[in-house]
Design a binder for this molecule. Structure first.
Ligand SMILES: C[S@@+](CC[C@H](N)C(=O)[O-])C[C@H]1O[C@@H](n2cnc3c(N)ncnc32)[C@H](O)[C@@H]1O
Length: 261
């Protein structure tokens, strides 16, 4: 059987192990600007191998992550315990489609279009409703995603991509958008990892079906959830993007700040 990327957290964790301190600086600035109280407790849906579960505690935040892949959850949990961060970070199994929390968080964050694994309007709306119920009034949910490009171009060359290395394991990753179905609002994406470990090289190829986002559509889903209003948008250079601007994929991944009503 073909191996799936998220079933191999060790390699995922190397491929995505770039420094996220700049991103955390932006998130902190957003917390301070948009939340009327001090943010101490963060929820991270689809927390994966624990990049943010490991980083936020360094800034004295408490963070709870969840993921629907049990291997990712087990891997992140082990990282947290190896680093002695159990008082600051925890991770549980859960699905963005349905999970609900009794606890109320100050803020939530969803990185690199993990929310895109929710494909239907119904799934997205119920995720917004449940997440909104899990955040204190005035708190925020920051979602990080790119909208569809105005001019779609297949991004696929053997030379593109990035290489990262950790513990003697080298991972070259290519992540390409192969096809966009604007009618069905689905983005077909392809990931190829070339992994070199103990002198042996193997290739992992995996296809991902993600929501194809359109700004108007995203705004409607936020509105229909009844829980949030879109408060602000930032780009990865920390610049604020006006809400009335034409938002497209050419602007790259953006941070949408959703405020609990
Ligand atoms: C691109 S990774 C991002 C992980 C992490 N947020 C990060 O920044 O490294 C996407 C994650 O979403 C998880 N995922 C996909 N669908 C999910 C769902 N319906 N509910 C919860 N997690 C999901 C995958 O298992 C994977 O760990």
């Amino acid at each position: 059987m073909k191996k799936k990327l998220y079933d191999l957290p060790k390699y995922y964790n190397i491929a995505f192990s770039w420094d996220n301190s700049n991103e955390i600086d932006l998130l902190q600035m957003i917390f301070e600007k948009y939340v009327p109280y001090e943010v101490k407790n963060i929820l991270e849906p689809a927390s994966g191998s624990g990049r943010f579960l490991m980083s936020f505690p360094k800034y004295k935040y408490h963070i709870t992550g969840y993921d629907n892949n049990r291997r990712m959850v087990a891997y992140a949990r082990k990282r947290i315990s190896n680093a002695g961060l159990q008082d600051f970070a925890k991770v549980i199994s859960g699905d963005m489609k349905s999970i609900k929390f009794k606890e109320k968080f100050d803020a939530a964050f969803n990185s690199i279009n993990s929310i895109g694994y929710l494909l239907s309007d119904g799934e997205i709306i119920s995720h917004f409703r449940n997440t909104g119920e899990s955040i204190k009034k005035g708190g925020i949910y920051i979602i990080h995603l790119a909208c569809a490009a105005d001019k779609f171009e297949i991004y696929e060359t053997e030379n593109e991509g990035w290489v990262l290395e950790k513990d003697g394991i080298r991972v070259k990753t290519i992540w390409a958008i192969e096809k966009e179905d604007k009618q069905k609002k689905i983005s077909y994406q392809f990931c190829k990892m070339t992994i070199t470990e103990n002198g042996k090289t193997f290739v992992l190829e995996d296809r991902h079906k993600l929501r194809l986002w359109f700004f108007e559509d995203l705004k409607n889903l936020i509105r229909e959830s009844g829980k949030f209003r879109l408060e602000a948008i930032y780009n990865e250079k920390h610049n604020q993007i006006p809400l009335d601007m034409h938002i497209n994929g050419e602007l790259g991944n953006l941070y949408y700040v959703l405020k609990v009503k």
